[in-house]
Design a protein around this ligand. Sequence first.
Ligand SMILES: [Zn+2]
Length: 290
Amino acid sequence: MKTHLDRICLTIIFFSLYPFPCLAQSNRYLNGRIMKELNADSGYISARNRMTREFDQTKPGAWGEFVNGVKVRFDSHNKSIALTFDACGGPKSSGYDSALIAFLQTQKIHATLFITGKWIDANYSNFLKLAKDTFFEIENHGLNHKPCSFCGAMAYGIKGTVNSKAAYDEIEANTIKIKKITGRKPGIYRSATAYIDEASVQMAGKMGYIVISYDVLSTDAMPALPAEEIKQTVLQHIHPGAIVIMHFNHPEWNTLKAMKLLIPELRKQGYSFVILKNQSLLPRKRKVKH
Ligand SMILES: [Zn+2]
């Protein structure tokens, strides 16, 4: 019969021989930890101070998904379009639609994934796999999924960042996090909910980012909407150079069902799928007045 001491010894031997695969997958850059480190980093603090001082007197300006400076489409000389999928993160938004991702992979569809720090923290090993897939481009959806604001403006019941310093952190800390984990620095930012104010767009531009929204709303975020209707909505609005917005953090939504209907139809119409990073991104077309 084993004594208590024997059991302790066996446990020590087991863990000293075990290769700790879980530790190899551990996330050293959890949101709380990375912000604590950045707030103690003199280089980060002085870059943030320089930027926020520059925008000290800037009023927030217009608030919305399509304010001045936001890009929504790209210059396409053939029938290419960009499928983009957000992963928002948070208590009810940290799911992983693995079947949707598997579908994109088997269909060899290029896609741009906008990911928050929150979602990464809840899905670290899946995030590592996504980042290694060359068909996917990882871009920035904010550290804590806060709409980007200089004054705490709200969108869909979510309070935005409260000032320029918080807006800076929401964008830059997530970029630093993604760069540290994947080795690649995101250059495109889509604010949480796509709502952003003009001052934040200007500041993000100075920080070196292109801010995008979308021009085809797939409506996949309406859980009760049948897949056929999502498909029809996209087909009604699609055009060369379109940026389509969808999600991959809600496996219970109809995104995958809609994609299974949509992809063959888009291909039949001659569309191909590209990632955003090498595209010439453009603002909304101005309505011509007659
Ligand atoms: Zn989101």
